[in-house]
Design a protein around this ligand. Structure first.
Ligand code: SF4
Ligand code: SF4
Length: 370
């Protein structure tokens, strides 16, 4: 059974949340890794500018200071996005990271965009698994000696929630890798619901949607890469995922990619169960957090970590004035909230598969760190 270490949001003079983060990772055993002179990829999502739910740079600063004290060579990293936005090439991505506080003034290490200027620098890591024979991982992450992931735990429109597996699996993939991960998830348009607002046309990075002669959105499936952006942007439920097994397959592929990132090298994972927004930090906005801030969890096992975080969100009561639409604070305790928000996703299937391929285990012991 894997151990997941957890600390809550309570503080007192002399023990700030960054202090608790450092204490947590030490208690979880991070110091058993030999960091001396090792290139250490700190995999994080810098947040799309406009989104304010991403992990605060202050936490990254403390973790990096700790790694420097261990004589590591740390760098903050993420790979470019498939989406239109401000993180789809290295220049915009680094600028966005700096704007969001991940800059050398605040965090004492470089920011390296893992798959380079135009998202084509990747290493192909052999896997030979059911869904992916290889994984196309951003070169800087693939070439690192050690991976430490900092994961913002929140909902996700395509995978149910986004945690450690999503951050290291999907997040480390180069553009070609991301295409492979999304390739089973081309959406459909329900013309009867389409209001012709054109948002999906505007946000489709692949220029795969147009308004047809009837002024209804229409997808060119030869161009569509299945990124799901139109589904997320459509306010009228006209752009819809095809609910066969496509989201499960994406979760399976993410698990395989996550395995490619961490196999054969030391790795360690920290998840921040704070500002648990319903959707991904890739959005240039964040809807209200569905549950109160819960705390920080850390483990060597990313599967156990995701399961523990998901359980903690399930066990928490819901916040008022959120997409969950509850009438009294604390309602929905012991209800699986990601399922309510994203009813056609099944995150547990992805975690079970991750266990099956040896990435980690679902059973965990939660160890509280005061
Ligand atoms: S965003 Fe939705 S409603 Fe608007 S054009 Fe696209 S499919 Fe139609
Ligand atoms: S049509 Fe939708 S899923 Fe396909 S590429 Fe465009 S935004 Fe992505």
């Amino acid at each position: 059974m894997s151990k997941v270490y957890f600390t809550d949001m309570r503080t007192k003079p002399g023990r700030s949340l960054p202090d608790k983060l450092e204490l947590l990772v030490k208690r979880a055993g991070i110091e058993t890794i030999d960091f001396k002179d090792k290139f250490t990829a700190v995999k994080i999502h810098f947040g799309e500018p406009g989104n304010l739910a991403y992990i605060r740079a202050n936490y990254a600063a403390r973790l990096v200071q700790f790694l420097l004290a261990k004589q590591a060579k740390p760098f903050l990293t993420d790979a470019n996005t498939l989406y239109l936005g401000r993180r789809s090439n290295a220049l915009d991505h680094i600028t966005s990271a700096f704007e969001n506080g991940f800059n050398p003034l605040a965090v004492p290490c470089p920011v390296i965009i893992a798959d380079g200027l135009k998202a084509i620098d990747f290493a192909e890591i052999p896997l030979g698994l059911k869904h992916c024979k290889t994984a196309k991982i951003g070169a800087a992450i693939a070439e690192s000696d050690i991976v430490v992931s900092m994961n913002h735990f929140k909902g996700h429109e395509q995978t149910g929630f986004g945690g450690a597996l999503k951050n290291i699996g999907m997040g480390s993939a180069s553009r070609q890798g991301k295409l492979e991960l999304h390739s089973s998830s081309q959406p459909i348009i329900d013309a009867a619901e389409c209001t012709s607002c054109g948002q999906c046309v505007k946000y489709c990075a692949s220029k795969a949607i147009h308004l047809n002669a009837d002024k209804k959105a229409e997808i060119d499936y030869k161009k569509c890469v299945g990124c799901g952006q139109c589904v997320a942007v459509c306010q009228f439920e006209a752009a819809q995922p095809v609910w066969d097994n496509s989201t499960d397959v994406m979760n399976y592929k993410i698990a395989e990619y996550a395995l490619a990132v961490v196999k054969d090298k030391p790795h360690f994972h920290v998840s921040f169960i704070m500002d648990v927004s319903p959707n991904c930090d890739c959005w240039a906005c964040n809807d209200a957090a569905i549950v109160p801030n819960i705390g920080i969890a850390a483990s060597f096992d990313p599967v156990a970590l995701d399961k523990a975080c998901a359980d903690m969100v399930t066990n928490a009561g819901a916040n008022l004035n959120t997409v969950l639409n509850v009438k009294k604070q604390g309602e929905l305790q012991n209800i699986e909230k990601f399922k309510l928000i994203h009813p056609n996703t099944d995150w547990l299937a992805g975690l079970k598969y991750a266990q099956e391929i040896g990435l980690g285990e679902l059973n965990y012991e939660l160890v509280k760190v005061e």
